[in-house]
Structure formats: C-alpha cells, structure tokens
Design a protein around this ligand. Structure first.
Ligand code: TYD
Length: 243
C-alpha cells in the first residue's frame, strides 16, 4: 500500500479535503467521469488536483461515496488495485507485455465495479488520473499489443464504461524528462524512445475521438495550464447542463 492513503474505506489518493466542504450529488443526478491522460511527467496529476479544487469551489459534487472530494488514480485506489499497482510499478523484474496489460485491466475492473459505477449511479463527478486510454497508448500502441485488442480487453474489464471527457496534457518527452524527480518506476525505466511512442499513441487516440478528447498544451506554467483546463471543463459542464 502506498503512503498517500486516507482512513477512507478505499485507499484513495491523495488525501481528500474535509468532507464537510464537499457538496453531495442531487438525488436522481447522473454522474460524470472525467479522465486525465498523458506521458509520464506531463503534469496531469497536478492539473487534476487543481481542477478538483476549482470544481469544489464551484459547489460541484466531486469524488465518490467513500471519499467525497477525492481524486482517483490508476492503477490502484482499491485494496486489490493497490497490490496490483505494487507489482506493476515496483517489481524489479520484467513482465510479459500481455501480463502487464492484463494486470492494468484487472486493477481497472476492480475500480470500475467497486467505485466508478456506484459513483456514476449516485451522481458524483469522478476525476480520474489515467484510465483505459493509458492502456491503449502504453500497452496497445507503445508495447505494440495492438490498440483494438487492448481496447477489447478493457471493454470486458470495465463493462464498457468510458469517460465523458478526457484531457490529454501534451508535452514533448524531452521536456517531460527534465521534470523527473526521484527514482524511476518500472515503466519510467523504459526511456525516451518508449515515451515518444506513448505520445504518438495518445495523439492518434485524441485525433480519432475529438468529441471526448480535449488536448491541452502542458508546456506553460502549471497555473497557465490550469486556467486552460478549467475553461474547457466549464464549457463541457455547461454543455451537459451541470453548470
Ligand atoms: P504513476 O506513478 O501513477 O505515474 P503517472 O503520474 O505518470 O501517472 O505510474 C503509472 C505508470 O503506469 C505510468 O508510467 C503509466 C503506466 N500505465 C500503463 O502503462 N498502462 C495503464 O493502463 C496505466 C493506468 C498506467
């Protein structure tokens, strides 16, 4: 288990704000799933937290029943998912590509059944740091397993639950590499050429699904990127009648 857990029943990242500060969904509301994607160190984890704060300030019900106000992240955020995360990111050995894809999908199946679907039914706005598109870009595209085959695996794992909106925080692998800190995990050890392929995979996914994807430039300051993300999120939430 990692060190960012709260005392919530699920092991959620990062520490959730005071639940009293978080609005509850209106009864009968349908939830929304908003995901953040991008290569390693593109800055999406900072952005998802800044958007969370902006949406909470706007009085929106961000989070899920077990952790109001929390941002979720993959792989992990369920007890089994955290154990799978350990295997995927902290095991020193190599994993066969389909082992890797299946483990990400297994962690995702847990999250989908135990957290995401109940949250959608209860009317929460779930902010999720990585989801199916990560597997499509990393395993399907960069590992060469095939985007469609990995998509099919993930359809089974999630029961077809896909995001309503996906932010792709775009940054060149060269710039992202300059932002690294701490020892690299198993995926980060793959190096620059691998990150270039992941970036190419994401660009192709975003081009194929313009309705769902919003591409933001991750190169400016975190605050400037956050302004861009918040504007796009507000437009989307207005369009679906939430704001
Ligand atoms: P993490 O430490 O959460 O990094 P990040 O802040 O970049 O999200 O590590 C997640 C790593 O796992 C990251 O290198 C991307 C990779 N990954 C996949 O390869 N496939 C997946 O389906 C997911 C969810 C993540």
């Amino acid at each position: 288990m990692n060190d960012r857990h709260t005392s919530a029943p699920l092991s959620l990242h990062p520490v959730a704000p005071d639940p009293a500060r978080v609005s509850r969904p209106a009864s009968g509301a349908h939830g929304l799933l908003i995901t953040f994607e991008g290569i390693d160190h593109c800055g999406k984890s900072t952005q998802v937290l800044l958007l969370r704060d902006a949406l909470l300030d706007a009085g929106l019900p961000v989070g899920c029943d077990s952790a109001p106000g929390a941002v979720l992240r993959e792989p992990g955020d369920t007890p089994a998912g955290e154990r799978i995360r350990d295997l995927l990111l902290h095991d020193p050995g190599r994993l066969a590509p389909w082992t890797e894809a299946a483990l990400y999908a297994a962690a995702r199946a847990e999250l989908a059944v135990r957290v995401l679907k109940p949250a959608m039914q209860a009317g929460w706005i779930v902010l999720l740091d990585r989801y199916v598109d990560s597997s499509l870009a990393y395993q399907g595209f960069a590992r060469g397993l095939g985007v469609e085959r990995v998509r099919e695996l993930n359809d089974w794992a999630t029961g077809g639950l896909m995001p309503d909106l996906t932010f792709l925080v775009q940054l060149t692998p060269e710039l992202a590499a300059r932002r690294t800190g701490g020892p690299p995990d198993r995926m980060e050890r793959e190096g620059l050429a691998f990150q270039r392929q992941v970036a190419e995979g994401y660009a192709a996914l975003a081009a194929a699904e313009r309705q769902r994807y919003r591409v933001v430039d991750g190169a400016p300051s975190a605050q400037a990127v956050a302004t861009q993300v918040e504007r796009v999120a507000r437009e989307f939430l207005e369009a679906v009648g939430v704001l």
